[in-house]
Write a protein that binds this ligand. Structure first.
Ligand code: AMP
Length: 507
């Protein structure tokens, strides 16, 4: 029996022939029947362009319905979909093409020249373009193609996609995701979040990342729901979509921005049944403020590129602010001593490790990195520090690499950030470790203030002096207009560490 993920999708798609699958604000629309047809035509076009079973198809394009149909076409004909962040420069693309050796590179129409050069330099044999309005040479080549109406047989463990991790330290790694990984997680999430064919997802996430591509689109396909496909997050567009939408999947910055808008009211959200958040921590403050304004408890979930989704707050039970909920059905989580991988006591902070059908099969052409992070017993070491509370909810305390070790003591940045964030006049903060001649690392805080707030370094130090143990208190405090964030809303602490790296040189 084939385990091609498209096989599962196509059953739902056929049952929903006349229903809308994907609609854009300009009124472009694909019904499920049209999506099935176009996936077959695009699959034939991929084959005619030289893509064979198991070949990678690298894609760096702006968000459009056709990009999702290309993903489906790729699954259908047994290719391996490889989406790339639209922000990557030509030289960065060179690394990915050289590493993944795709048979085809699909780029934006206006970057064809640079893309062709990079492709030539890295030995990628074919480049085509895809625009946001159904235009580009890929779409031109579909004309006259005899649709590939079959579905390639794939095993559970065959690759469906490679997603490169954001790579804040060292080289970006290609996470190999199988048909089984994606299928099991989509099914689990659709059930956990009660998706049905009457749902209409407001899709405002990028589609080169696991959140917007797999969590969002796969759940919709699994349940025969529909999506309203916004080019990007924009407060006006999302507010405009609320009357028709039933679910919004967001990153925390979606919610902080919506909260700044007076139009966010219970009337506006009356048609919505679920708001979810992930990819970065949602503060308890944002969760509570959103609840107060709209009556909705945002459902926070946690996962990563390598593992798909790992935990979720409950749909029916209490959604606890500041936690990421419990392991999803079929997913095992343990919190361990990072050295021994032995489970530690509830309430203690340790490394979050995960095992299950959702966990990837390894890093592309990096067997040593794979061995280091994917243990013999099948558990994957996430690099996230976490704590299991007495009610069974998991709290993410931060990334292992963001842990600050000052004078031999572990300082969890989140604990310090939470205290600073409670200060009057503070919007948010990031706590980092910076090389220090005496302490190894000096705890350092970087703050964003509310407009007009008068908070100085001495005020912060005074405020923390009786709230945190001495070793956790920042040695220096800096103020910035905004924290550096990537498109998924994650604070880029590596950039801050770099910016402040010399501040204790003379200490
Ligand atoms: P990515 O592979 O880009 O999806 O990044 C995965 C990382 O994002 C995880 O390892 C976590 O550090 C972080 N992350 C994702 N969801 C959450 C969440 N709900 N709370 C805190 N961190 C999160």
């Amino acid at each position: 029996m084939s385990h091609n993920l498209f096989e599962t999708f196509s059953t739902r798609m056929r049952a929903r022939q006349n229903a809308n699958f994907i609609t854009t604000p300009e009124g472009r629309n694909y019904t499920y029947a049209q999506a099935l047809d176009m996936s077959a035509t695009l699959a034939a076009t991929l084959i005619s362009l030289g893509v064979s079973l198991g070949d990678r198809v690298a894609v760096q394009v702006d968000k459009s319905p056709e990009a999702i149909l290309l993903y489906l076409a790729c699954l259908r004909m047994g290719g391996v979909y490889l989406p790339l962040n639209t922000g990557y420069t030509a030289s960065e693309i060179g690394y990915f093409l050289g590493d993944a050796e795709p048979a085809l590179f699909v780029c934006r129409p206006d970057s064809l020249e640079a893309a062709s050069q990079v492709a030539a330099d890295t030995g990628c044999p074919q480049v085509v373009t895809l625009g946001t309005k159904g235009d580009g040479t890929l779409m031109e080549q579909t004309a006259g193609a005899t649709p590939f109406s079959g579905i390639e047989t794939r095993a559970d463990g065959d690759l469906a996609a490679i997603l490169y991790t954001s790579g804040t330290t060292g080289r970006s790694k290609g996470a190999m995701l199988t048909h089984g990984n994606l299928g099991s997680n989509a099914k689990t999430l659709a059930e956990a979040w009660r998706f049905t064919e009457t749902d209409r997802l407001i899709h405002a996430l990028p589609i080169f990342h696991t959140h917007g591509l797999f969590v969002a689109c796969n759940v919709v396909l699994m349940s025969g729901a529909s999506m309203y496909f916004l080019p990007r997050f924009d407060v006006d567009n999302v507010i405009g979509a609320m009357a028709d939408g039933t679910v919004l999947m967001g990153v925390p910055t979606f919610y902080t921005r919506l909260l700044q808008d007076p139009r966010l009211t219970p009337e506006l959200t009356a048609n919505i049944r679920l708001f979810t958040s992930g990819s970065a921590p949602l503060t308890a403050d944002t969760h509570n403020a959103f609840r107060q304004r709209t009556g909705f408890a945002i459902l926070e979930r946690y996962g990563m590129t390598e593992t798909n989704m790992i935990t979720s707050n409950p749909y029916d039970g209490e959604r606890l602010a500041g936690t990421v909920g419990m392991p999803l059905s079929g997913v095992e989580v343990r919190i361990t001593d990072a050295e021994t991988h032995k489970t530690i006591a509830p309430g203690d902070i340790g490394m979050l490790e995960v095992r299950g059908p959702n966990v990837f099969s390894g890093y592309w052409r990096m067997p040593e990195k794979t061995r280091a992070e994917l243990l013999d017993d099948g558990f994957f070491v996430t690099g996230d520090l976490a704590m299991l509370d007495e009610r069974g909810y998991i709290h993410i305390v931060g990334r292992d690499k963001d842990l600050v070790i000052s004078g031999g003591f572990n300082v969890y940045p989140k604990e310090v950030e939470q205290v600073i964030d409670e200060m009057v006049g503070v919007v948010e903060s990031a706590v980092i470790g910076v090389s220090h001649p005496d302490f190894g690392e000096g705890v350092t805080a970087v703050l964003v203030l509310k407009p007009g707030a008068k908070v100085e370094e001495a005020d912060v130090l005074f405020e923390l002096s009786d709230k945190l143990a001495k070793y956790k208190q920042p040695k220096r405090v800096f103020f910035v207009d905004s924290l550096p964030r990537n498109t998924m809303g994650k604070v880029q602490k590596n950039q801050l560490r770099d910016q402040y790296k010399d501040i204790y040189a003379d200490a």
